[in-house]
Design a binder for this molecule. Structure first.
Ligand SMILES: [Cu+2]
Length: 71
């Protein structure tokens, strides 16, 4: 299990939080998603053998947000 913090731009309200938590949370291999609206981050815990970090970031971008960086 790996946990990353992704800096996301474009989130403005609880709707955005729910959109990201739901869509990323549906990816198989993703264990936990926690979005912090104030910090503009999404903290994602996932199984590296099941899902790639790039796929997680792509999912966020497909929802209409910009991935700035991740660590
Ligand atoms: Cu919103």
């Amino acid at each position: 299990m790996k946990t990353i913090e992704i800096k996301v731009e474009g989130m403005s309200c609880q709707h955005c939080v729910a959109a990201i938590e739901n869509s990323v949370g549906k990816l198989s291999g993703v264990e936990k998603v926690q979005v912090d609206l104030g910090k503009g981050t999404a903290t994602v815990s996932y199984n590296e053998g099941s899902v790639a970090q790039a796929a997680i970031e792509k999912e966020i971008e497909e929802q209409g947000y910009d991935v700035v960086s991740s660590s």
